[in-house]
Design a protein around this ligand. Structure first.
Ligand SMILES: Nc1ncnc2c1ncn2[C@@H]1O[C@H](COP(=O)(O)OP(=O)(O)OP(=O)(O)O)[C@@H](O)[C@H]1O
Ligand SMILES: [Mg+2]
Length: 280
């Protein structure tokens, strides 16, 4: 079983502590949704998992497939099976979508087998066309420079195209729904659902319960003030939609106040399965 285990994670950016003791276990094949107010550290968690150098881990541990993830470089984490669909994908002028994806795929294959000669061009083209059709993307995108001049929604589809090509074991989707119109949201969610598999876990960061109607999570967590303050099943997303985040902020303040007073107070991140109707 490949499980991602995050323990007591503390992360600072530009000298400010953003994550303050986050615990989360993502079991193989499960979908965990993370919701929470703006600026509470959701993207920070995503970047930290991928090894972005600006995010300094000051305490805690991250383990995946028996590896100490914090000791690995970003490319090694990717080869281990971690993938991030960015909230704000960056443009790479001069590198086409097709070339980018083929290099990424070949690098992954070579990591598994140093003698691998790489995917043949006809085989790659066929695969890419199938995946673009799945996401209802015009085939012209393959020849365009990555994210250069792409609309917000096109960028998000391009991120999922990368995920479909690389087939990660842990995919982190950071606000993949933002910027998508309602039809595109359904197409992208459908693409994501087709990538659901017992071998592929996902961390879906979103502000809107609507996405979770399409990509149904096993667990929902609320991140506030740098920690997971509440975990539950799907119904927690509905509760957030109804009640907003005011109560979450109060809960976070209370828990921060009681941090260290008892083991349970500091560890609400261990969720119960949704089907057991966990209200934590
Ligand atoms: N380079 C940086 N310099 C200074 N502060 C930063 C930097 N990057 C992030 N932060 C701060 O870290 C905090 C957490 O940011 P993060 O992007 O993780 O929030 P988020 O939960 O993803 O928010 P959103 O829902 O708006 O995407 C914010 O207060 C943000 O301003
Ligand atoms: Mg964010």
């Amino acid at each position: 079983m490949s499980e991602l285990v995050i323990k007591n994670l503390h992360v600072s950016i530009a000298g400010k502590e953003v994550l303050k003791g986050l615990d989360l276990t993502v079991e193989q094949g499960k979908i965990h949704a993370i919701m929470g107010p703006n600026g509470t550290g959701k993207s920070t968690l995503a970047y930290t998992l991928m090894g972005h150098p600006h995010y300094k881990v000051t305490d805690g541990e991250i383990w995946f497939k028996g590896e100490n993830v914090l000791e690995l470089e970003a490319d090694e984490r990717s080869r281990l099976g971690l993938f991030l669909a960015f909230q704000y994908p960056v443009a790479i002028p001069g590198v086409t979508v097709a070339n980018f994806l083929r290099s990424a795929l070949n690098s992954r294959r070579r990591a598994e087998n140093p003698d691998d000669k790489g995917i043949s061009i006809p085989e790659f083209r066929k695969m890419l066309k199938e995946k673009m059709d799945l996401l209802k993307m015009d085939h012209n995108f393959a020849g365009r420079y990555l994210n250069d001049g792409f609309s917000g929604g096109e960028k998000k589809r391009a991120e999922i195209l990368q995920m479909a090509t690389l087939k990660p074991e842990i995919a982190i989707l950071d606000e993949t729904d933002s910027g998508l119109d309602i039809d595109a949201l359904k197409i992208v969610a459908d693409g994501v659902n087709r990538l659901r598999s017992p071998d592929r876990a996902m961390i879906v960061i979103t502000h809107y319960q609507r996405l979770l109607d399409y990509i149904v999570p096993d667990y929902v967590h609320v991140l506030a003030h740098g920690r997971i303050v509440r975990s539950g099943g799907r119904e927690l997303a509905l509760e957030l939609e109804e009640r907003g985040y005011g109560w979450v902020k109060e809960l976070a303040a209370e828990q921060n106040g009681s941090a260290g007073k008892g083991p349970d107070a500091a560890r609400p991140g261990a969720a119960q399965p949704a089907e057991k109707g966990a209200a934590v």
